[in-house]
Write a protein that binds this ligand. Structure first.
Ligand SMILES: [Zn+2]
Length: 382
């Protein structure tokens, strides 16, 4: 049987295979070549290979590689895509793995192709007959641009395991909570007219001023009601990100648009928040005779809140020697949680290096990651 290459070769080949995903169409590439690499290696190790195409884009796919039988085992999960990068800002080619200063430099070393290679390293000597419960390596598409890979798994409704470790960059300290996100566009339509007489129009801009007042008051209410000291920003946030309205100082503003980003804490639900936001804005618009349109720019990633006493959390704490905390960034975890897989985030990279030029992973993170993953497999699968 052929065997996968050595660990550093695995990482180098994954880094050398571009899989940038982006909301910008010209930067958006498929991940299929990375999926095929992983599938080949895992097939050589005796895993059952399932490639799930994303119907939105034939160049994108998820890989579900399973050793053993059943749906009550452990999932090691990671995304195969990276953010776009500007090679001009890097000291060397981002797609060529480079070892220097006890670090591995390259796009996706921290976030998070190296984790997938480390997972393969951890399972290299496993055989199906050693397992009482299955081990699944899950590699997804599109985490960086809408999470379509994880969403399509959630939509298919198939639980792949009882427990899940996602190897996003956490500096090898477990994370069991993060905030959710949703983004919304609000458009007010009034009536333009000559600025000399307010009765000639209905200002959408002044209407938006009232809407913003309402939104900020709502934010104050929510921040007074919801507080979680586990988070470095311990309250839900609402950011007004962009506003545009009107065209001329001497014309009453006929249309005004605002976009915002909302980050709820665990325990807050996005559909309820969005409905409340829209109702409050609608009331302001109606009181001023303005039409209002809403658009979900991003329908939302739910917050993650795996219980402190969940088996996978306790185990990750034992293996890492660190208490599970809360992260400021979002992950695919809520989708796996919704499928019934208790999820913890635990990976070798540091979030400070993610999405940065000269992204790197420290070499001294490699061995502890393999040790932790083998420990988790031993406890949950064998
Ligand atoms: Zn990531």
């Amino acid at each position: 049987m052929p065997m996968p290459p050595k660990l550093l070769d695995l990482i180098a080949q994954l880094v050398a295979t571009p899989s940038v995903s982006s909301f910008e169409a010209d930067l958006n590439h498929g991940n299929r070549a990375v999926i095929d690499l992983l599938a080949g290696w895992l097939e050589d190790l005796g895993f059952h290979i399932e490639i799930q195409d994303l119907h939105t884009d034939p160049a994108k796919a998820n890989l579900i590689a399973t050793l053993g039988q059943g749906d009550d085992g452990l999932i090691l999960a990671g995304h195969t895509d990276t953010v776009p990068c500007d090679p001009a800002l890097w000291q060397r080619d981002p797609f060529t793995l480079r070892e220097a200063d006890n670090r591995l430099y390259g796009l996706g070393t921290a976030d998070m192709k190296a984790f997938l290679a480390l997972a393969i390293e951890a399972v290299r000597d496993l055989r199906a007959r050693d397992l009482k419960r299955p081990l699944v390596l899950l590699a997804t598409a599109d985490e960086e641009s809408g999470m379509l890979g994880a969403r399509s798994l959630a939509a298919a409704g198939r639980r792949l395991g009882l427990h899940c470790i996602i190897g996003e960059p956490t500096g090898l300290k477990p994370i069991r909570q993060h905030k959710g996100i949703f983004d919304e566009r609000i458009r007010l339509v009034g009536r333009a007219g000559h600025s000399s007489d307010p009765a000639l129009g209905n200002s959408a801009l002044e209407g938006m001023h009232a809407v913003i007042g309402t939104l900020l008051a709502w934010r104050d209410e929510l921040q007074a009601r919801h507080h979680d000291p586990a988070f470095s920003v311990p309250v839900p946030t609402l950011n007004l990100g962009h506003i545009h309205g009107g065209d001329n100082p001497n014309r009453i503003c006929g249309e005004c648009e605002l976009t915002l980003d909302f980050r709820p804490l665990p325990g807050m639900t996005i559909p309820d928040l969005r409905a409340e936001l829209r109702a409050r804005v609608q009331a302001v618009a109606e009181s001023r005779g303005l039409a209002v349109e809403f658009e979900a720019i991003f329908d939302g990633l739910p917050p993650l809140a795996t219980a402190a006493d969940a088996h996978i959390v306790r185990l990750a704490e034992q293996l890492s020697g660190a208490v599970a905390g809360a992260a400021a960034f979002g992950t695919e975890g809520p989708y796996y949680d919704a499928l019934g897989s208790e999820t913890v985030i635990l990976g070798p990279g540091d979030i400070a290096q993610a999405h940065q030029p000269d992204e790197y992973l420290a070499l001294d993170r490699l061995a502890p990651t393999v040790r932790m993953l083998r420990g988790a497999i031993a406890r949950l699968c064998t």
